[in-house]
Design a protein around this ligand. Structure first.
Ligand code: SF4
Ligand code: SF4
Length: 482
């Protein structure tokens, strides 16, 4: 019986890039590094215009325990500090002109580091949750004294459509991920590590098990999970793997568990073993509007515009022009033929039809939306000037056909949203409460417990934007202190 959780949906996986080896995206000439790439307070800028920085140089330092250090991802000169758009509003960015010498400013490797040294290194290197949450890892591992942790879970489920960055790192960096997991386990003082991976990534399960057997890592177990969205959501993953339930408004540490993403474990390995601060990450670049889809090591601070320029747009105007010229040429030839030349007429008409179809496809491959993350939980970018951060697992360049084009209609009381809700909420009632502005009712139906997974919106036959209602309800309940 596959390991599972209640509710959930099965959206088309669209993992177009799961066979694409990770390669290095050519670094951009200029990077724009935001001082907020994490949950918590913005980091305090500690460089100024004109400073020369190397890869790994500290640009902004953590402001308190729930904050994170921010580092340079290129070597070059700081040319400005600007407020720029992010999906969470305007944020200060440090702008650096890349001199392409790739000089580094890394830390020395500690000999057999103690628990305290590992925690310090993780904090010093600015490691944050890289599955999308962005919670500073050092703060997460510094669990409340009363919480007795017995299990570290590594999240390798990667249940969102399109995204394959975690899948590829498990295939290509299994040993490093396991070493990173061991550092985290040492920091937590636990000896039970479970790695949860969906059963559509059997090759990743095999790759990790191979190293576990080779190294005789008896404290690490890989568990195959049913492929179902949102298998990778923290509470659902914990339930699937341990059958423990995280109480409402509590952290997993309350029930003895800490969860980290596999990419976070990889970054912990690089921080401790290689002395590398967090300056790059693996990003899946996909969607119908991008030609060279793939998994890339991307320097933090690279704009979506630069990614698309490097990976090439599918809707190249050049291609359209070539095809339009060809159609015109064939149309001219067709006009010159008389009725007796039926075979040639047929041939030309067929060619024009095919070219027109191709042209339509190119037009429809235009990018109409850029999404940071997956289509279920990701954030639509406000501009292609936004930049990759520590939590950007993928950048999707989506076409009109790939986004929801249907206007919402009235709820038909089918109850499907409640059936698929992994938190067992009543999304249709929260939606109604939100429309009525009745925040007490929204709370009564569980808006606070919503994990914003999007299953309800996905399944709704009336195409109601239930997630927006959930977000608004959560915001208003917090604002009004209800
Ligand atoms: S109500 Fe929240 S938790 Fe439930 S399906 Fe909708 S988004 Fe997911
Ligand atoms: S799935 Fe949509 S139509 Fe059905 S009950 Fe929920 S909100 Fe209403």
């Amino acid at each position: 019986m596959p390991i599972n959780f209640p509710g959930g949906v099965h959206p088309p996986t669209k993992k177009f890039t799961d066979k694409k080896y990770i390669s290095e995206l050519t670094p951009a000439a200029k990077v724009y590094i935001p001082v907020v790439q994490h949950v918590g307070k913005p980091a305090k800028i500690c460089v100024k215009e004109g400073d020369y920085v190397k890869i790994g140089a500290l640009l902004a330092s953590a402001d308190g325990a729930v904050s994170a250090n921010i580092f340079s991802s290129v070597s070059g000169k700081v040319v400005g500090i600007e407020n720029r758009p992010t999906s969470n509003g305007e944020v200060a960015h440090i702008v650096i002109d890349n001199d392409f010498t790739d000089q580094t400013d890394f830390l020395p490797r500690p000999d057999n580091p103690t628990r305290e040294e590992i925690l310090k290194r993780i904090a010093d290197c600015g490691i944050v949750g890289m599955g999308g949450a962005g919670f500073p890892t050092a703060a997460k591992l510094d669990v409340p004294k009363d919480d007795k942790i017995d299990t570290l879970i590594l999240n390798g489920s990667e249940c969102e459509p399109y995204i394959t960055s975690d899948h590829r790192i498990m295939l290509e960096y299994p040993e490093q991920i396991l070493k990173g997991a061991k550092y985290i386990a040492k920091a937590l003082n636990v000896s039970n590590i479970i790695i949860g991976i969906e059963d559509n990534k059997k090759d990743a399960i095999d790759a990790l098990n191979k190293i576990i057997n080779l190294k005789n890592y008896s404290d690490i177990k890989v568990v195959s999970l049913k492929t179902k969205y949102p298998q990778g959501a923290e509470k659902q993953l914990i339930y699937s793997l341990t059958k423990r339930v995280v109480p409402a408004c509590e952290l997993p540490s309350k029930i003895g568990v800490v969860v980290n993403n596999v990419h976070t474990a990889l970054s912990v390995y690089y921080a401790v073993w290689e002395g590398q601060p967090l300056y790059r990450r693996v990003v899946t670049v996909s969607g119908g509007a991008v030609k060279n889809k793939g998994n890339y090591w991307v320097r933090l601070g690279t704009t979506y515009k630069d990614i698309l320029s490097e990976c090439k747009a599918t809707d190249s105007l050049e291609n359209s022009k070539i095809i339009q010229d060809s159609i015109r040429e064939k149309q001219g030839q067709l006009n010159k033929l008389d009725k007796s030349q039926s075979a040639q007429i047929k041939q030309l008409k067929s060619e024009i039809k095919n070219l027109t179809k191709e042209l339509d496809n190119i037009k429809s491959a235009q990018c109409v939306m850029i999404v940071n993350g997956g289509p279920m939980m990701g954030e639509a970018a406000k501009s292609n000037e936004e930049a990759v951060t520590a939590t950007t697992s993928s950048v999707l360049f989506l076409t009109q056909q790939e986004i929801n084009n249907i206007s919402p209609s009235q709820c038909i009381n089918c109850g499907k949203c409640a059936v698929v809700c992994p938190m067992k909420l009543m999304p249709m009632f929260i939606d109604l409460a939100c429309i009525a502005g009745d925040w007490a009712d929204a709370k009564k139906y569980g808006a606070v417990d919503c994990i914003l997974c999007g299953c309800c919106s996905y399944i709704c036959p009336a195409k109601r934007d239930l997630v927006s209602s959930m977000k608004k309800s959560k915001r208003m309940i917090a604002k009004r202190g209800i």
